[in-house]
Design a protein around this ligand. Sequence first.
Ligand SMILES: Cc1cc2nc3c(=O)[nH]c(=O)nc-3n(C[C@H](O)[C@H](O)[C@H](O)COP(=O)(O)OP(=O)(O)OC[C@H]3O[C@@H](n4cnc5c(N)ncnc54)[C@H](O)[C@@H]3O)c2cc1C
Ligand code: FES
Length: 280
Amino acid sequence: MPAEREVLLNEELAQDIYKMVVYSPRIARAARAGQFILLMVEDRGERVPMTLVDWDKERGTIEMAYQAVGATTVKMSMMKPGERLYYLAGPLGQPSRVKLFGRVVIVGGGVGIPAIYPIARELKRLGNYVVSIIGARTSTLITYEDRIREVSDEVHITTDDGSRGLKGYTVDALKRLLDSGERFDAAWAVGPALMMKSISEAAAGRIPVSYSSLNSLMVCGVGMCGACRITVGGQIKLTCVDGPEFDSYSISWNELAIRLRTYRKEEMISLETMRSVGRV
Ligand SMILES: Cc1cc2nc3c(=O)[nH]c(=O)nc-3n(C[C@H](O)[C@H](O)[C@H](O)COP(=O)(O)OP(=O)(O)OC[C@H]3O[C@@H](n4cnc5c(N)ncnc54)[C@H](O)[C@@H]3O)c2cc1C
Ligand code: FES
């Protein structure tokens, strides 16, 4: 029997994008689509949020897909099966507001692609016609395609460089579908803030309901510190407890962009310091 928080699998799916499976029966039992966990790799590290991409109640496992972008995620990528995460909390945040809408379009960009899998699966299970749009910079960065196909009625692929599918961004595929007369009752977007903003703008006035899963910077993850606050519909919300999903048409996108840039210099320094002392 594995130990709680033990890494069972940690493999590179594409350049700098990894899938990690961890033993955590308690989180696996309670997980719902759209929720996330907080983890620490070691005692001196920071707590980082990661979306729950999948879970298995019988085996007691949870799955995450992550991009090695900074000090913590680079250290995470170096963990071997049998090692244990120092800290793991979850499931956190509100589950996705899934129900039977009718026709739903769900958009995943870059490392946001795996995160749409559990939401699409739930939407499909509830009887929706699910159209998935997945996009990345180049074809080798498209991950979870097979699993997303299993839970979608249609899958459209975009790449910035045209190496696969439509050359362009995910929003170009959405605009194409809408311009060709496709009708959707709801839209979801998970990915970089700019992508979610552009999906929201393209959907406005054409798709009545639209949700985006915000990747705000988080510190405590439980509503205490205010680091993840964001204005939604004129009210201050906390992404960690009120989100991470919000009504796309009410999000203050410019505020999110500014807040995401807040610690960029410190994050670079942290990664460089770790590298200089050989810790990553
Ligand atoms: C609810 C939620 C769910 C998330 N799910 C996933 C996931 O499933 N997979 C995944 O790879 N990442 C996910 N993220 C983002 C992930 O938490 C960050 O990439 C991680 O904290 C980076 O930590 P680091 O120390 O490795 O890098 P840092 O040194 O902290 O940052 C390195 C670079 O990444 C950028 N960055 C840091 N945090 C974020 C963020 N929250 N959003 C966007 N850019 C960020 C920084 O601006 C910087 O450019 C999620 C974030 C939230 C809030
Ligand atoms: S991360 Fe601390 S309040 Fe949300």
